[in-house]
Each structure stands twice: as C-alpha cells, then as structure tokens.
Design a binder for this molecule. Sequence first.
Ligand code: SME
Length: 156
Amino acid sequence: METKEERYRMLYSQISELIAGEHNEMSVLANVAAAMHDAFADCYFWVGFYLVRDGELQLGPFQGPVACYRIKRGRGVCGTAWDKAQTLVVSDVEQFPGHIACSSQSRSEIVVPIFDKRGEVYGVIDIDSTEVGTFDAVDRQYLEELARLVAESLAR
Ligand code: SME
C-alpha cells in the first residue's frame, strides 16, 4: 500500500492529464470529483465542490450521498473556509460550532478554497470522512496543490 503522499502525487498527475484541454467547468469538476473519490475511496465518504454563485455557495459536482444545495457565507465549515479564504481542517465536526450536518455519518472534514485569477474564492473542495481525525497537514498541502491545478484549468 502506498503512503498518502504517494497516492496524492499519483492523483495529481492523473488529474492533470484528465483535465488537460477541457474547459467546460462542470465536466472538469465532475471528473475531478470522480478521480478523487476513486483514489481515496477508503477514506473519503463525500468529496465534491461548492461554487460561489449569487453570493452563496451552491452545490457542484460531487461523489457520495446527497448533500445540502446552498451554504451561506460564514456558515458551517464550507462557508467559514470561503469567508476566511483559507483551508480548514476539522478533526471532529462535533467540536466545530455551526457545522452543517448534511450527513450524520460525517465525523471529520477538510475544506480547501479554490481561487480565481483575481484571487477571489471561486468555490471550495469539501471532503468528509466517517472517522474522526482523518485529515492532516499532508492532505492540506496536496489538496491545496490540486485546487491550484483545477483553478488553472478553469481560467479562461
Ligand atoms: N459539512 C459541511 C456541509 C457540506 S456537506 O458536509 C457535504 C459544512 O459544515 O460546511
């Protein structure tokens, strides 16, 4: 079994090939969510995108159980990551005030902002796990790199 770092590195090169040349954002995000879910099926319970639209986060492509459609700025882990424009690693969602429980099975979470060319938050990558403490600095580092890769492919 590879280390987490090795899995993220393989995922990064797979995704760079997968999205090269395609600029339909929903198609790209759908395939990225599928590739991420495939690579980490054992630890990602839910993986997907919320996109900033009309002043709120709206559900984008994802893999996993059905989820909330809309999240307000500053609400929950996703809305807070957007508001602060920074990655949030939550080891135990029950300890996060205002956590939005789309699924009662979700126990830990990481949310990584994706920035557009102007440095504004375009959306977030949200990943949930059914275990406490799944995500750490390694996930953060590699997922932030993935977010930059995705942002480049979306830039027109
Ligand atoms: N738990 C998230 C909401 C999104 S779902 O988990 C898919 C939050 O607090 O932002």
